[in-house]
Design a protein around this ligand. Structure first.
Ligand code: SAH
Length: 266
């Protein structure tokens, strides 16, 4: 690399001003890579390799078609320790239950308005928030990506800019791009934003809240369970944008309990 290009790349410059401790930091962060419904075990191995080269280690698999498999081990090529430690789940909601920030990687720009970002912004947010709670990056199936229901469990979408007429990267390559971005961002200084000091509710806590809300809406006659339309999805999007912290979520649940109590007394 010529000197010229070193100096023209601000991230590279920032990194040279830091000792190695900022690099090690990434491996200590609770950042999980979650693969949903992967068909080709070779891709799982290639993802493990992509992660390990970029100092990530927590791999979670949701209903992989076949795993473990010799193709996964072969493609991991020395990153098989990540495969050995990979956790397997039946449902995406379980795989992300302990996470306070969940970002879904999507090859397409979706019509529904989830907050969309590109890898640098996603990496910045993930690193800031991982100081407070685990963060998940969710990747979809090779053929069909993530379903709308799965995307509804995400706080935002990451899209890797690509040829608009051919925008779908191989699964492991998209993990590589995102992981590289995380490594590069972790090497630069990380100014803490206000967001990073908030104790945001985890996905599991939000799920309890949504069930509670749905129940109160049904009991009060606001929501007809026979014709729910997209109400819950819309409300999830609304509260997902607000990213309530624990205390705020307690207030919301307190209101719901008060409404329930009132109804039971009348
Ligand atoms: N045909 C599928 C693409 C699946 S590729 C679709 O249109 O959704 C498998 C996974 O790799 C995707 O679910 C996504 O998580 C990731 N991926 C592929 N290309 C991507 C891109 N340009 N940006 C972000 N993620 C991408």
């Amino acid at each position: 690399m010529s000197e010229m290009s070193e100096f023209s790349n601000p991230r590279r410059q920032a990194a040279t001003e830091h000792d190695d401790s900022s690099v090690t930091a990434l491996s200590e962060r609770p950042i999980r890579i979650v693969l949903v419904g992967t068909s080709h075990p070779g891709n799982i191995g290639a993802v493990a390799r992509a992660m390990k080269t970029m100092r990530l280690s927590a791999l979670r698999l949701v209903t992989p078609k076949v795993f473990p498999h010799a193709d996964a081990t072969a493609m991991a090529s020395g990153a098989d320790d990540l495969l050995a430690r990979a956790e397997v789940f039946d449902r995406l909601s379980d795989a992300i239950a302990d996470c306070g920030l969940v970002l879904g990687a999507s090859a397409r720009l979706r019509s529904l308005r989830w907050p969309q970002m590109e890898p640098p912004e996603a990496a910045q947010r993930a690193l800031e928030e991982s100081a407070q709670h685990p963060v998940a990056f969710v990747f979809g199936r090779e053929r069909t990506g993530l379903t709308n229901d799965e995307l509804a469990l995400c706080h935002g979408l990451v899209h890797i800019p690509a040829n608009p007429e051919y925008s779908s990267l191989n699964l492991a390559m998209s993990v590589q791009v995102m992981s590289y971005e995380l490594l590069m961002t972790s090497r630069a200084a990380l100014p803490l934003r206000e967001n990073a000091t908030r104790e945001v509710a985890t996905a599991e806590e939000m799920d309890y809240f949504y069930s509670h809300l749905e129940q109160v809406m049904i009991d009060s006659g606001f929501l007809d369970p026979a014709a729910p339309k997209h109400l819950m999805k819309r409300l999830r999007r609304l509260y997902g944008r607000a990213r309530p912290d624990r205390q705020e979520l307690n207030i919301l649940r307190g209101i719901l309990s008060a409404v329930e109590k009132q109804r039971n007394n009348t």
